[in-house]
Design a protein around this ligand. Structure first.
Ligand SMILES: Cc1cc2nc3c(=O)[nH]c(=O)nc-3n(C[C@H](O)[C@H](O)[C@H](O)COP(=O)(O)OP(=O)(O)OC[C@H]3O[C@@H](n4cnc5c(N)ncnc54)[C@H](O)[C@@H]3O)c2cc1C
Length: 861
């Protein structure tokens, strides 16, 4: 893709022009410090001299793993000047992922800061191929030199001849791949993006941009440079904090903020708290839910801009103000052509789903170090985004992200909820009026598996596009026609939550043996807990497919522990309250459960036995308006941290032949006198999930906390077990898929006997075998789920799904570790954790032997 309209002009030329045109006006503001355009150029020149002295020059890479810092921007400038390629790294990646990025980038220099130092501790010693190790700020860690040392007065280095279509920066794509792909953006890409933003949004020298998103992100970098190009300033924040952001906006009269949920909602909350109307704000651009955008429009003078874009497209390639056509993504920006095509690259008609393809000077140069993937993505002269959309001229859709968070309550259907009939003109037209068909796998998978890598193509984005302010939506890969577009939107929300708030912490949680409780309110705020519960209790009133998406996406985090903890809270414990609790109890507890303020646990298993539920020995004796419970429980997930426990206890001894009778379920608050958490158990896998022993000694539980009728609790336990086993099936399938994805990526890269492992036929057949088993497990589980959802008898089918998937995941774990060779046995590889986590699935929630007993009983009945 060659440059148009920016002939001979580079990012450094833009900086030099800024110095002469805008001189002493501020270019970068941080706290009390202001760097003028003139000073910015001077600092860039000095830094360029420092890099030159180290022998770093044209075509070399510099990796940066740091939070926002003025020096970070200056480094971008110095790289531009010298023809060096800036290679920023997402600091949310794990150490292992960072390491792989660095291996691919093969930089001459690496720059970190105090916050990322622990990730790279010891690397200067170990990674000799990287010649220079620097750190923003002082003091520097062992093996690192303070970055400030590069700014020493020396004669300005000679100008380097950098072509506009030379690489400027490599930006990680939104997908967090096993090795995240790096989109190579040229000078021309970036400058065209600047001019586009200036033309479309109208950025001028009077504007000030809150540079709060991380500088490794195309949005942050693109907006900072666009404002610089226009003569405006960037107000730099090292890490987003809503209240600080409000103060900065007011103090520096910031006009433009970039948004990805929950930035805007937290900003508006903070503004409300601090009593600010954010009077200076004119533009907010990015992605968000309609209620949040509406709040912005109601409370401020700012306009929300949205569109479709990727790192590969240097930012947005369609753009519009939301007020102009709510729910749509706007028109293609002037320098770009956007089309929707079918599998054969033929344009599809309006209203039909097709892959979004883009052509023009905003399209990246390719993926760094991946010529085959690049050639495939840029085939036939178009960038194939891997995202699916639809042009619709007549239907005015609301922003499909409306289901994000709780703000949608009362305003539209909750995620995955069946369409509700609404009177015409009710404002919510589109999705209800024209329910979308989910698109089957294969039709929408534009990037063939060979190029998809660990986590697939660019995901986690909202994808709307259209030439006429029309709406388009991407539909996620999908093996069966089970999910509709709203489920897929919900999936996007989850995926972005998992990538940002979960994946970077998984290893830390595993080491700590627990998941911090702060994650629960966060999930509650995003509307992820209690999705099927009625809205009057704080739920989302959604369908079971929404729960399926929740289960699948939690597992994609590669934390079986989190998936299990969430599953227990939402689908194994709290259903006892929702299904059998009194109205008063539901009103009292469910809202806090949905908000994530009260964490739930289910306590059925006892030290004396788990499979034989009827053998429960914990006693509950009625005394006036209380039940007095004595006994103990074993292996209780969330046991150490929960606030509410759903406890099975025996109110009657039960006769030998009628042992199932006399069991009841009780809701027990953690603070109840006589309640104690015994040991927290040390486990083989699922190590971040806390599993505890509980003890009850003369624990007095109010009689109103009895769930359902006295003595029929066994049947309730069995009823909730059906759900638990379906969730276990989903977890097993999603864990297996994830492990297979990781393994596919690994065997493609791992070389043995002169070629990648993926070329060996034995390996290929093994992969094919695993994929087949996973799909079989998925089909069985989905089929059981549909039966269950339809209210049909499904105990056998559910048991079969649980049995098959629990055994299947063992096979997948074994083979995936095997395919990783020695690395598969190492703690630093996620596949090792997966193998330990997976082992639980044939034990917990009913062992495989018990599943066989249930199936056999039905067969022989
Ligand atoms: C990490 C973890 C988390 C857990 N979380 C919870 C929780 O949150 N809440 C909760 O209540 N429980 C929980 N459990 C308990 C779990 O459900 C039980 O471990 C499981 O049901 C098996 O019970 P058991 O351990 O007592 O094994 P047992 O019932 O003693 O079984 C031992 C073995 O004998 C086999 N067996 C038993 N009966 C038969 C039979 N009739 N025919 C053939 N084989 C048989 C079993 O299949 C198994 O292989 C958890 C367990 C673990 C390990």
């Amino acid at each position: 893709m060659t440059a148009v309209g920016v002939h001979g002009f580079t990012v450094y030329d833009m900086i030099a022009r800024g110095a002469s045109v805008y001189g002493d006006a501020p270019a970068v503001i941080q706290g009390e410090r202001q760097v003028s355009f003139r000073d910015f150029r001077r600092r860039v020149d000095t830094l360029a001299g420092g890099l030159l002295r180290l022998g770093i020059g044209q075509g070399d890479r510099i990796c940066v793993l740091a939070q926002n810092d003025p020096a970070y921007l200056e480094l971008y400038g110095a790289c531009a000047r010298q023809g060096i390629i800036a290679y920023p790294i997402n600091w949310r990646l794990t150490a292992q992922e960072v390491e792989r990025v660095v291996e691919r980038a093969a930089p001459r220099m690496m720059v970190v800061d105090a916050s990322t130092l622990p990730v790279v501790a010891g690397w200067p010693e170990r990674k000799r191929a990287v010649a220079h190790w620097y750190q923003f700020g002082e003091p520097a860690g062992p093996g690192f030199t303070p970055f400030a040392a590069l700014y020493t007065d020396a004669p300005e280095p000679a100008a380097v001849d950098v072509a506009p279509d030379a690489p400027f920066a490599v930006i990680s794509t939104a997908a967090v791949d096993v090795v995240p792909r790096g989109a190579v953006l040229t000078h021309a890409n970036v400058l065209t993006a600047n001019l586009t933003l200036m033309a479309c949004i109208g950025v001028t020298a009077a504007d000030r941009y809150l540079l709060a998103l991380p500088l490794f992100h195309v949005t942050a970098l693109g907006n900072a440079l666009a404002h610089m190009h226009a003569g405006g300033a960037s107000v730099l924040v090292s890490r987003f904090d809503a209240e600080e952001a409000v103060r900065l906006i007011d103090r520096h009269r910031v006009t433009h903020v970039s948004d990805f949920p929950p930035v805007l909602s937290s900003l508006l909350d903070a503004a409300e708290k601090l009593g600010s109307g954010l009077p200076s704000l004119r533009h907010v651009s990015g992605l968000d839910a309609p209620p949040t955008i509406q709040r912005l429009h109601e409370r401020t003078q700012a306009r929300f801009w949205t569109g479709f874009g990727q790192s590969e497209t240097s930012g947005f390639v369609t753009l519009q103000r939301v007020v102009d056509k709510p729910g749509a993504a706007g028109k293609p920006v002037p320098p770009c052509q956007v089309r929707l095509v079918d599998d054969y690259d033929r344009e599809v008609p309006v209203g039909t789903l097709g892959e979004i393809v883009v052509r023009g000077p905003l399209v990246f140069q390719g993926y760094f170090g991946q010529p085959d993937v690049t050639a495939h993505t840029l085939r036939n002269g178009w960038h194939h985004t891997g995202d699916v959309g639809r042009f619709e001229r007549s239907v005015r859709l609301r922003h499909p992200r409306r289901q994000v968070g709780r703000g949608h309550q009362g305003r539209g259907p909750a995620p995955g909820r069946r369409p509700v009939h609404r009177p015409a003109g009710g404002g919510l037209r589109g999705l209800e009026d024209r329910p979308l068909q989910a698109t089957p796998r294969g039709r929408i998978r534009r990037r063939p598996p060979a190029h998809r890598g660990g986590r697939g193509g660019p995901r986690g984005r909202q994808d709307h596009v259209g030439p006429d302010g029309v709406a388009a939506t991407r539909v996620e890969d999908e093996p069966m026609r089970i999910f509709n577009e709203q489920h897929e939107m919900f999936r996007q929300t989850l995926r972005s939550f998992v990538e940002k708030d979960v994946m970077p912490h998984v290893e830390e949680w595993e080491a700590a043996g627990r998941i911090p409780k702060s994650i629960w309110p966060r999930m509650g705020a995003l509307g992820l807990l209690g999705v099927e519960y009625d809205e009057k209790y704080g739920g989302a009133g959604a369908d079971i497919q929404t729960t399926m998406v929740l289960c699948e996406e939690m597992v994609r985090s590669r934390s079986g522990s989190l998936a299990m903890a969430v599953g227990v809270h939402t689908d194994m414990a709290s259903p006892h309250l929702y299904w059998t609790g009194s109205e008063a109890l539901k009103e009292k507890y469910l809202p806090a459960i949905c908000r994530g303020e009260k964490l739930c646990a289910i306590a059925v298993t006892e030290p004396g036995g788990g499979s034989d539920v009827a053998a429960i020995r914990t006693r509950a004796v009625r005394e006036g308006d209380h039940y007095v419970l004595n006994g103990s429980k074993m292996f209780i997930t969330n046991g150490a941290l929960a606030d509410l426990y759903f406890v099975a206890a025996r109110v009657e001894r039960g006769e030998v032949l009628r042992r199932h009778e006399g069991i009841s379920m009780f809701l027990v608050e953690r603070e109840t006198p006589g309640f104690a958490v015994g040991r927290t158990l040390d486990k083989m896998g699922m190590r971040a999930s806390d599993t505890a022993e509980l003890a009850f000694q003369d624990m007095r539980v109010p009689a109103e906390n009895l769930l359902g009728r006295e003595g029929v609790g066994f049947y309730e336990v069995m009823r909730v077990f059906q759900r638990e086993r379906l969730v276990a099936g989903l977890h097993a399938v999603a864990m297996s898929s994830r492990a297979l994805e990781d393994t596919l990526a690994y065997v493609r890269e791992r070389q043995a006997f002169g070629g990648p492992l993926s070329d060996k036929q034995v390996v290929r057949h093994k992969l094919a075998d695993l994929a087949t088993r996973i799909e079989a497990g998925r089909a069985l589980t989905y089929a059981a789920l549909l039966r269950y959802q339809a209210g049909e008898e499904a105990v056998s089918e559910i048991s079969m799904a649980k049995l098959f998937t629990a055994e299947m995941v063992q096979k997948v774990a074994y083979e995936c570790v095997q395919l990783h060779g020695g690395y598969g046995y190492m703690r630093e590889y996620a596949i090792e954790r997966f193998a330990r986590d997976a082992r639980l699935l044939s034990i917990g929630g009913g062992t495989s032997e018990i599943m066989k007993e249930i199936i056999a009983k039905a067969l022989l009945a």
